[in-house]
Write a protein that binds this ligand. Structure first.
Ligand code: 3PG
Length: 400
C-alpha cells in the first residue's frame, strides 16, 4: 500500500476488500477485532484523499439480500472508530452503491452492502463470478486487498476483481503474511501448536502438515474426542466423527514415527446436557478422567489436570500457534480450559500467534489484553490453509 500512496490516490476511488465478517448477536457486534484490524489501511487511504469504497462479506447468506446479514452494523462501527461519517449503500452493485460512490468526496469512506447478497460473489462458475467482478470494477479505479480472513476463498471480490484493476496489498494482509512466515520458513523451536474447535475434519490437512513441522501438538475442543476414541476410549455422547477415526489413527502412528509429541486431554468436564448459551444458566457437570467419560455424558471442556499439563507443554516453547477453543468457552462454566490456554500463552516468553475467529474472539471476550500476544490473526480458515502450504487465491491474485 505504501507504493500506492506514494503514487498518489487523491480523488481516486479505491476499493478496499476487507473482512468485516464480525460476530453479531441480535444485530449487535460482539467482537469488532476485524474492523479495527483493517482500520489503519482505510485511514491511510482516506488521509491521502482517496474516495474509499469498503466491501466485505458477512456470514453465509444464500446469494440474495437477507437483512440478518446486513453490513449496516459494521459500517456504523467503522464510522465510530474512524470518528467520521461513513456512507452506507443498501446494495452492492445497484443504484444505491453507484449513487453512494458517485457522491463521495476526497477522503470520504463508504461501505457497500454484503458482497454475498449476490450469487456471483461465491459462484463456482468462472463466467458468473467474472460478470459480478466486472460490476464491482465499475465502482473503483484501484483495488486494495486487505480481507485476510477471506484470502482462501476463490470469490469474485477476492480473486477476480484484482485482475481487473490496478491492485495493491493492504497493511493487514502484509502483517498477517509476515507473521505466518515466522511459523513456516523461519520457525524458532520448540514449536508448539494447540488445536481445538469442534470438528476434526476441519483440521485434518493442517495436522497432516504440522506432523512434519511442529514439535508438539496439543489437542482440545470437540475434535479431541475423535482422538480419544481412536485411542480406544469410550467417549459417551461427546462429539465424535466416526468417519475420521481411521485417519486420526494414522496421524497418531505418524506422530510416533516422526517424534512429534501428540498430547491428548487426560481429564474433561462432562455433562448430560449441552449448556444454554443464551441464558448461561449454571451447568451441571462432573470432572472425569478422559478414559472414564460416562456413557450418557459429553465432554465440554478440558479438565484441570489437562490445563496444567498443556500449560507445562507451552511454558518452554519458543513459538506457539493456537487455533480453536478447547471447550465451550461461550458458557462461563466451560471457559476455564480456553482461559488456561490463553493464560499459558501470555505467561510464556514464546512468540505467540492466535489464529481463528473463535479463538481470537475468545481471548478478547475472556478479557485478555490483545497486546499480551505476539499476534492475533483475523484469519481462521485462511491462516490454517496458509500453514497447510496451500496457494491462497486472494494472495495469488495480488501477486499477479
Ligand atoms: C471467516 O470467518 O473465516 C472468514 O470471514 C471467511 O468466512 P467464510 O468461511 O464464510 O468464507
Amino acid at each position: 500500500i505504501d507504493e500506492l500512496l506514494a503514487e498518489g490516490v487523491k480523488g481516486k476511488r479505491v476499493f478496499v476488500r476487507a473482512d468485516l465478517n464480525v460476530p453479531l448477536a441480535e444485530g449487535t457486534i460482539t467482537d469488532d477485532g476485524r474492523i479495527r484490524a483493517v482500520q489503519p489501511t482505510i485511514e491511510k487511504l482516506a488521509e491521502a484523499g482517496a474516495r474509499v469504497v469498503v466491501a466485505s462479506h458477512l456470514g453465509r447468506p444464500q446469494g440474495a439480500p437477507d437483512p440478518a446479514f446486513s453490513l449496516a452494523p459494521a459500517a456504523a462501527r467503522l464510522g465510530e472508530l474512524l470518528g467520521a461519517d461513513v456512507a452506507f449503500a443498501t446494495d452492492t452493485v445497484g443504484s444505491s452503491a453507484k449513487e453512494t460512490v458517485a457522491a463521495l468526496t476526497d477522503g470520504q469512506v463508504a461501505v457497500i452492502e454484503n458482497l454475498r447478497f449476490n450469487a456471483g460473489e461465491t459462484s463456482k462458475d468462472d463466467a458468473e463470478r467474472g460478470a459480478f467482478a466486472d460490476q464491482l470494477a465499475e465502482l473503483a479505479d484501484v483495488y486494495v486487498g486487505d480481507g485476510f480472513g477471506a484470502v482462501h476463498r476463490k470469490h469474485a471480490s477476492v480473486f477476480d476483481l484484482p485482475a481487473r484493476l490496478p491492485h495493491a496489498v493492504g497493511q493487514l494482509i502484509a502483517t498477517e503474511v509476515g507473521v505466518l512466515k515466522k511459523l513456516t520458513d523461519e520457525v524458532k523451536r520448540p514449536y508448539v501448536v494447540v488445536l481445538g474447535g469442534a470438528k476434526v475434519s476441519d483440521k485434518l490437512a493442517v495436522i497432516d502438515e504440522l506432523l512434519g513441522k511442529a514439535d508438539r501438538l496439543l489437542i482440545g475442543g470437540g475434535m479431541a474426542y475423535t482422538f480419544l476414541y481412536a485411542k480406544g476410549y469410550e467417549v459417551g455422547i461427546s462429539l465424535l466423527q466416526k468417519d475420521q477415526v481411521d485417519k486420526v489413527k494414522e496421524y497418531m502412528r505418524r506422530a510416533e514415527e516422526t517424534g512429534v509429541e501428540l498430547v491428548l486431554p487426560v481429564d474433561v468436564l462432562a455433562s448430560t446436557d449441552f449448556p444454554d448459551l443464551k441464558t448461561k444458566a449454571p451447568a451441571v457437570f462432573e470432572t472425569v478422567d478422559a478414559d472414564k467419560i460416562p456413557a450418557d455424558k459429553e465432554g465440554l471442556d478440558i479438565g484441570p489436570k489437562t490445563r496444567e499439563l498443556y500449560a507445562s507443554k507451552i511454558a518452554d516453547a519458543a513459538t506457539v500457534f493456537w487455533n480453536g477453543p478447547v471447550g465451550v468457552f461461550e458458557h462461563p462454566d466451560y471457559a476455564g480450559g480456553t482461559r488456561a490456554i490463553a493464560q499459558a500463552l501470555v505467561d510464556s516468553s514464546a512468540f505467540t500467534v492466535v489464529g481463528g475467529g473463535d479463538s481470537a474472539a475468545a481471548v478478547r471476550t475472556l478479557g485478555f489484553d490483545e497486546n499480551a500476544f505476539g499476534h492475533i490473526s483475523t484469519g481462521g480458515g485462511a491462516s490454517l490453509e496458509y500453514l497447510e502450504g496451500k496457494t491462497l487465491p486472494g494472495l495469488a491474485a495480488l501477486e499477479g
